[in-house]
Design a protein. Sequence first.
Length: 320
Amino acid sequence: MPKTRPVSVVTGGAGFLGSHLCDALLARGHRVVCLDNLLTGTVENIEHLAGSESFQFIKHDVTQYIYVPGRVDFIFHFASPASPADYLQYPIQTLKVGALGTHKALGLARAKNARFILASTSEVYGDPQVHPQPESYWGNVNPIGPRGVYDEAKRFAEAMTMAYHRYHGLDTRIVRIFNTYGPRMRSNDGRVVPTFIVQALKGRPLTVYGDGTQTRSFCYVSDLVSGIISLAESSYHDPINLGNPQELSILQFAETISKLCGRPDLPIEHRPLPVDDPKVRQPDISLAREILGWAPQVSLENGLADTIEYFRKLVASGRV
């Protein structure tokens, strides 16, 4: 008797990360239902899946009641603005999708008896006073600052996910995602990777906020997605960090981008540091190594080369 294919719902499936997750699930033989209201996602990210009998796109705001007919095995809740530019532009929507959207997605998981995987974030750690950040660290977050709409939306989403796990016995997972990059990022989303790449390709000064000594760690999207799927297939319920522990300053990152774009002499333009901008960000992935046997495999240079090529085509076509 043929094995029944798993059915996965991906909220935010037309976004940067969600669309790559849809691809990976389809490659593993899943049927995928993608839900997205296209606030920050775009159909261009999933247009290559049009016509696939295993893929369905439904334009829907997940803060409203979610109806998906038939069996559902996995729900990946990835709907949310995810860059500072986005959640500063859409603060109410960010809070609503973290609260109401998570509630509705959990309700669907309970109704379908499906496994629920929440996309949380390293931003739950705020401007951390512990470095690198382990899952046991509770964070240093300003709940009323401009970034608080995202930080607290995700912290609330984690709390609600664990409440459904403990009270309703729902099978849940929580992934705390650190800075991730790759093709399909939006050029204007305000994050450092697309911003630097587009500036470098156009021969413009690279804009660095503050003195550039603040650090970040960058994980290529294929590595992250493989970790997410490994977590989904595991039996681990508590939050788990996924990211690349290779840490470098924003100035070092600017220099790397300039060289890889063939523009090593571009000037740096310093701008004021945004409110509550974290000074350091580096994941402790000890748990992921131990529980999932996972660690990133793609080097920064190789991942950036693919990402630069993606944006080079967009710049050449005049779309950026």
